[in-house]
Design a protein around this ligand. Structure first.
Ligand code: AMP
Length: 212
């Protein structure tokens, strides 16, 4: 199964990708996580990407495409769930040269729900597990249930940055949605539902498409 999970920030792309990955044993490839790793390790890519990420802007296509081409092009992944990539139509065209895609899951969501989700999101600074202060609180405040790491607010989940990310997303996502629907690959799922319901809708769809 070669999937893309598309949707605005805060629709639970990461959570759903991790759930699909665990259930169907398919690697989860998140461009955001890979970029954050590069920033933490202060690699060349990380140094170039940091300022864009901190201010909620997209990292330029040439940097992201090169990074993803190295990952997808190594033949390491015959199956994958792509989360956060492609983000622009240019990236989608480049991806066409790298690999074949079976299906694109589009998580649609309203702005109200997105703002609520992102502003309450807490991420483990060590294992990257995601919690929410209301919807999925950790057992002990500020501490990751899974590894005991410290929970943090991602730099780009701060309210002033969230609105910028949403604006950028809106401008860039329409052509992507159009591109994949023209190819007959796009399947929409209601991302305003609780995570378990979104996941059961996705699992049913993967079965219907004979991908699971
Ligand atoms: P995410 O974890 O997917 O929300 O990504 C966090 C940040 O990483 C985004 O706000 C962008 O700055 C950057 N980023 C992740 N994926 C991409 C991409 N495909 N193209 C450009 N920037 C990206």
């Amino acid at each position: 199964m070669r999937l893309i999970v598309l949707g605005p920030p805060g629709t639970g792309k990461g959570t759903q990708s991790r759930m699909i990955s665990e259930k169907f044993k398919v690697p989860h490839v998140s461009s955001g996580d890979i970029l954050r790793e590069n920033v933490a390790k202060k690699t060349d890519i990380g140094k170039k990407a940091e300022v864009f990420m901190r201010t909620g802007q997209l990292v330029p296509d040439n940097i992201v495409v090169k990074m993803m081409a190295e990952i997808l092009g190594k033949g390491k992944y015959r199956n994958f769930i792509l989360d956060g990539f492609p983000r622009t139509i240019n990236q989608a065209h480049e991806l066409e040269h790298l690999t074949k895609i079976d299906l694109v899951i589009y998580l649609s969501s309203s702005e109200k729900v997105i703002l609520e989700r992102l502003s309450g999101r807490r991420t483990c600074s060590v294992c990257k597990a995601v919690f929410h202060i209301k919807n999925m609180p950790p057992k002990k405040e500020g501490i990751c249930d899974k590894c005991g790491g410290r929970l943090i607010i991602r730099e780009d989940d701060r309210p002033e940055t969230i609105r910028d990310r949403l604006k950028i997303y809106e401008i860039l996502s329409d052509p992507l949605v159009f591109f994949y629907s023209q190819k007959g690959l796009l399947r929409e799922v209601n991302g305003d539902q609780p995570a378990e319901k979104i996941f059961s809708d996705i699992a049913a769809m993967l079965k219907k498409e004979k991908l699971a």
